[in-house]
Design a protein around this ligand. Structure first.
Ligand code: SF4
Ligand code: SF4
Length: 411
């Protein structure tokens, strides 16, 4: 859950708070380094196999489109033909199904923002009690419909910043979906196949110029022109070319996973210095993150002096300061029997309008006001740092410090 509005985050069942922002930043940097490392070695594999845009597009929307309108040729014919009953039926059915799926995706997206429990309560309640959420949901539905029904691969080509990074990350040693131009072009270039011809003797390559790899490419590129930014490594051209090669009795793998060096020089895969550098950085950052996760306390405490308040001089030379406290329970379970103790000085610590022992519910914040009273003789001047311990039962679970004001000392 990424509840940006209430600044609550829950990742794989672990609640995170804005106070954990540094962990989030390290996670983001690890993510970026990991993707960079992955891209340097395997090219844009993420785009073809992990990115939700491709998964929804290829596994859901395009399949439905094929099911309703037929293969690419039939789709082109349907688009060109005048509006008749068949076209209205097919296009209408596609529109309704696409809108419905976009609505479901918008709901899932919303669940990431507000949490699934909240979403289910909204769904089971009267939708007009949550009209703002409903409007947002419809806007999201429109955006998803626009992306999957119309914008499609333009997201990968124009909008995606990761796609734009490819040029900087890939090199001759990166493994990408590549056309073996040496084999495909031969000495005299590619040529359509003819029955019983001896292509080797004629010096033609194995590419029979059938254009199937271009037709199946979701981003509409011709991989035979070399690695291009638009290629999302979906391997559709690889599969298609393999089946063409099989049908003309030529070896498969004319389009395959390979590096430029592998095709040009038959060089095997090697871990380069750049890859080793990324691995080292990734290992350091991951170690740092694991260490920080272990050091992360279940409860975070903040005690601050009430703004604008000085101190109060009480009977028996006792100095009193008033503070506000905020306890953040970063776990999903309740922390019971919580109480404060003054660790640095002899004195009294009293909570206002609550019992001194209380419960901080799971994933919740407890806030309040407290008084600290210390004998003036124990203070060293007007500014003193006090240390407060927060206990759950007998166990010290967190410590925090605060500034305690006293009278100026002229000793
Ligand atoms: S599918 Fe293979 S044989 Fe056909 S044009 Fe593409 S690379 Fe050449
Ligand atoms: S079909 Fe081939 S060229 Fe087109 S995006 Fe997929 S892998 Fe790249």
């Amino acid at each position: 859950m990424f509840n940006v509005l209430e600044r609550r985050f829950n990742i794989f069942g672990f609640p995170f708070w804005p106070q954990d922002f540094f962990l989030f930043v390290i996670c983001m940097i690890i993510g970026v380094v990991f993707v960079a490392l992955f891209t340097v070695v395997f090219g844009r594999l993420f785009c073809g196999w992990i990115c939700p845009q491709t998964i929804f597009m290829e596994m859901v929307f395009r399949r439905i489109e094929y099911w309703i309108e037929g293969d690419r040729g039939k789709q082109i014919r349907l688009s060109k033909q005048p509006w008749n009953a068949e076209k209205i039926r097919k296009k209408g059915l596609k529109l309704i199904i696409f809108l419905f799926i976009s609505f479901i995706i918008a709901n899932v997206f919303l669940a990431y923002l507000i949490g699934s429990d909240e979403l289910i309560s909204y769904i089971t309640d009267n939708p007009f009690n949550h009209i703002n959420t409903l409007i947002s949901l419809l806007i999201f539905t429109g955006v998803f419909y626009f992306v999957f029904a119309w914008f499609r691969e333009q997201v990968c080509i124009i909008a995606c910043p990761y796609g734009r990074l490819q040029g900087a990350l890939l090199d001759n040693k990166s493994i990408v979906v590549a056309y073996d131009h040496k084999r495909g072009e031969g000495e005299n270039g590619r040529k359509k196949i003819k029955k019983n011809e001896d292509r080797q003797a004629l010096g033609h390559g194995d590419c029979i110029d059938c254009f199937q790899c271009v037709h199946v490419c979701p981003t509409g590129i011709d991989i035979r022109n070399g690695t291009q930014l638009e290629c999302i490594n979906c391997t559709a051209c690889m599969d298609e070319c393999d089946s063409i090669m099989e049908s003309v009795n030529l070896p498969k793998g004319l389009i395959r996973y390979a590096s430029e060096d592998n095709i040009e020089k038959k060089a095997p895969f090697k871990i380069t210095a750049r890859t080793k550098g990324y691995i080292a950085v990734l290992a350091i950052l991951t170690g740092l993150l694991i260490g920080m996760l272990f050091l992360r306390n279940d409860l975070e405490a903040n005690v601050l002096r009430l703004p604008g308040q000085l101190y109060e001089h009480k009977a028996d030379n006792i100095i009193s300061n008033v503070f506000t406290y905020k306890l953040v329970n970063k776990t999903t379970r309740d922390i019971e029997n919580v109480h404060f103790e003054l660790l640095s000085h002899k004195g009294i610590l009293k909570l206002v309008s609550t019992t001194n022992h209380f419960t901080v519910p799971g994933q919740q914040i407890s806030e309040g006001t407290l008084f600290v009273e210390i004998d003036n003789a124990a203070l060293s001047g007007d500014r003193n740092q006090i240390k407060i311990g927060i206990y759950a039962g007998d166990k010290l679970i967190e410590t925090t410090t605060a500034n305690f004001l006293g009278p100026r000392s002229y000793r």
